[in-house]
Design a protein around this ligand. Structure first.
Ligand code: 9YT
Length: 134
């Protein structure tokens, strides 16, 4: 059994602040835990508007609070995202995420992240990304 608390992990290396200024994420469950997925509580900052394409991962994103939208780029469809909505990127969908207010999300990744990943130029995470060096 593993127990972790969001407030306690907030000030540890589990909290990653994206260099692009769009989001931060406290990664509560990671590859090392050997569960086959990772679980993160992510804050998308108000006004964020950015492209993501998880070529190497599947991701589900549950909106806990806030308002925004996801636009899938292959078909141009826009989906409102509100508290209680989950979007599931089952096809490695290229998309844009827009936050009209600050948004709190619960995110699950398969395969699990190792912990230090931030988006590359394509909006993807590399597999087994190297740690960030200051
Ligand atoms: C919704 C989304 O993918 N946001 C980017 C951060 C990601 N959830 C993470 O690494 O925790």
């Amino acid at each position: 059994m593993i127990i972790r608390k969001l407030q306690q992990e907030h000030d540890t290396e589990r909290r990653i602040i994206s260099p692009d200024g769009n989001w931060e994420s406290t990664r509560l469950l990671l590859k090392d835990d050997q569960m086959g997925f990772s679980f993160h509580i992510t804050t998308i900052y108000k006004g964020a508007d950015f492209r993501i394409h998880y070529q190497n991962h599947l991701e589900s994103v549950y909106c806990i609070s806030g308002q925004g939208e996801v636009e899938t780029l292959d078909d141009g469809k826009k989906y409102p995202i509100r508290s209680g909505t989950i979007y599931i990127l089952d096809k490695h969908d290229r998309h844009v995420l827009r936050a009209f207010t600050e948004m709190k999300m619960a995110c699950v990744f398969n395969p699990p992240l190792s912990g230090k990943e931030v988006h590359n130029a394509e909006g993807a995470y590399e597999l087994n990304a190297d740690p960030i060096t200051e």
